[in-house]
Design a protein around this ligand. Structure first.
Ligand code: G4P
Length: 535
């Protein structure tokens, strides 16, 4: 078979430094179901990038053993990572920005927001389990933007399902075409390595990555690697695969309709480099970003960026608050003055930071596709744009209707003002959503997962000195309300004042007392849209 098509980003002297720098960037996330091997794979990817010296460090972080993740008692006590972080590393001339996402599904809105800041994703699948619920859910979020996905079928060193079966499941469950790039040779204890379907060669477990060229599937090497029946079965399987499986197609991959599939074992560091090479060769460099007035192209010279995440207390000694901003176009230089579009004010980027597995450092310069952390206290919030002057409003960071709604009860009522400010700050960080009823009654907080409430209570106590508890809210759902007919929207709000609130941006939401009421009113008001996702 001939070489696969390549979109490799090679530096060209004819292009400007800006264009070359942007072209070699790959900003991606890993999506998977818990236990499929995301942490192990992350660790191995970072090893290739030389970003960490010792395997085991990401795992240590996940287990809450490292100082970096000790910042929140709740995280430590439960041994879960609630924070999304960014890891930047270089490999083979490319700069990779890996945006990590919380493992726990209670923090899924954080994950969804992070997925809006990547240009591609690796989907890790446990070879024995196939597609699991959380993988499917995260895949659907990727599909909203047709993000290209590279699939890694992990744990081939354990008992695994039939490869054709797994490919079939991906195709059927996710409605995503597959193109196996390699084919596993054996599985479980007899997993010997992979056969490269595009440049016929065999990569053996524990051997040199470049592998050994072979003449094709009839090469005598396969009979040496797999004995008797196993070899006969494998030979039949390869013929079946050649008939049944699609070929890699760069366009289809870039449009998110086809995924190249690799098989391997993250634990044994096998197949990991294939995935990294695929990202480098085929995944897109930083994509254009949609803004209200136009598309912002990554290679435009003027710097623009969007804040997609805020994280507080990364450094417990400093009570800091870091806004994570994806640079959408141009080049960021430390010290540059930028416009904070929402407030219209100018701010200086005096200490933008890059994050590595264990460290952070000042970012002297960053290019479109990079993610920098900007220390700030209360100025930046999710969705904010920073630009070199243009009034850009980026679209596409979604808000999801929270499923758990509460009122906060303060033990010391005198601190109501402090509570209001604290809740607003945490809503700006995306820890909770807050809704202020238009009739002036007490605000309602909403979260997607119950653990978020624990985080809220914990932080109110430890950071703001507020002892609180939660009461049930007078509503069972939240829906953003919109209409093409402003008069109809106004009339609906007037008629339902006790069930309408505003969110942090001042957008109206309907907060019905029950799902029944919601459905009833939605039926009676066809001119109003009741939205579960605000984009
Ligand atoms: P996650 O972040 O997706 O939740 O998964 P993680 O990497 O933590 O892996 C979950 C478990 O699966 C770990 O075992 C890990 O060692 C194991 N694992 C990951 N990749 C492979 C692989 O390719 N082959 C095999 N055989 N196992 C793999 P654990 O027992 O939960 O943790 P540990 O005590 O081994 O660290």
């Amino acid at each position: 078979m001939s070489n696969e098509p390549s979109a490799a980003a090679t530096a060209s002297p004819a292009k400007s430094r800006l264009a070359n720098e942007i072209e070699r960037r790959r900003t991606f996330a890993i999506i998977s179901h818990p236990d499929a091997g995301k942490t192990t794979l992350t660790e191995k990817l970072l090893l290739f990038g030389g970003a960490i010296q010792l395997a085991g460090q990401v795992k240590a972080k996940k287990d809450g053993r490292s100082t970096r993740s000790d910042w929140m008692a709740i995280e430590k006590s439960r041994g879960i990572s609630v924070a999304t972080s960014v890891m930047t590393f270089e490999y083979d001339g490319a700069v990779f920005n890996l945006l990590d996402t919380p493992g726990h599904e209670d923090f899924s809105d954080d994950t969804y927001r992070t997925l809006t800041a990547v240009d591609s994703a690796i989907m890790v699948i446990d070879a024995a389990r196939g597609i699991e619920t959380r993988t499917q859910k995260l895949f659907e979020i990727c599909r909203l933007r047709d993000i290209p996905i590279v699939t890694f079928i992990n744990k081939m060193d354990r008992e695994a399902r039939d490869p054709l079966d797994l490919l079939d499941e991906i195709e059927k469950t996710l409605a995503l075409d597959t193109a196996p790039m390699v084919w596993p040779i054996g599985q479980g204890r007899s997993f010997r390595g992979t056969y490269d379907l595009y440049q016929p060669r065999v990569r053996r477990l524990d051997e040199d990555y470049d592998g050994q060229p072979v003449s094709g599937p009839d090469d005598p090497l396969f009979a040496e690697l797999l004995e008797g029946d196993a070899h006969t079965r494998w030979r039949e399987e390869i013929d079946l695969a050649a008939e049944a499986c699609g070929r890699f197609d760069l366009d289809a991959f870039r449009h998110g309709t086809l995924t190249p599939v690799f098989f391997g074992s993250a634990l044994k560091n096998f197949g990991v480099r294939d995935v990294l090479d695929a990202l480098k060769t085929h995944a897109p460099p930083p994509l254009s970003q949609r803004a209200a007035t136009r598309e912002v192209v990554a290679t435009e010279p003027a710097m623009t960026g969007i804040v997609f995440k805020i994280q507080a207390n990364m450094d417990p000694n400093h009570r800091d608050r870091i806004a994570f901003m994806r640079v959408c176009s141009g080049k960021l230089t430390r010290g540059m003055k930028v416009k904070h579009v929402r407030s219209g004010k100018t701010m200086a980027l005096s200490a933008p930071q890059f994050f590595f597995a264990q460290d952070r450092s000042l970012a002297e310069e960053a290019f479109a596709g990079d993610v920098v952390g900007i220390p700030n206290r209360g100025v930046l919030r999710i969705g904010d744009a920073l630009t070199e002057g243009e009034d850009i409003t980026f679209l596409g960071i979604p808000s999801f209707a929270p499923e758990i709604l509460r009122r906060i009860r303060l033990e010391d009522a005198i601190k109501a003002k402090k509570l209001k400010d604290a809740v607003r700050e945490m809503a700006e960080e995306g820890v909770v959503q807050v809704f202020n009823p238009v009739d002036g009654t007490q605000p309602i907080v909403g979260v997607i997962g119950a653990l978020q409430l624990d985080v809220l209570a914990d932080r109110l106590k430890h950071e703001y000195g507020l002892a609180t508890d939660f009461d049930p809210a007078p509503c069972e759902a939240v829906r953003w309300i919109r209409s093409d007919d402003p008069a109809a929207l106004k009339a609906f709000i007037a008629a339902n004042r006790s069930s309408v609130a505003t969110d942090l941006d001042g957008d109206h939401v309907y907060i019905p007392s029950s799902i029944f009421t919601l459905n009833y009113n939605a039926g009676r008001n066809p001119e109003i849209q009741f939205l579960e996702i605000k984009t």
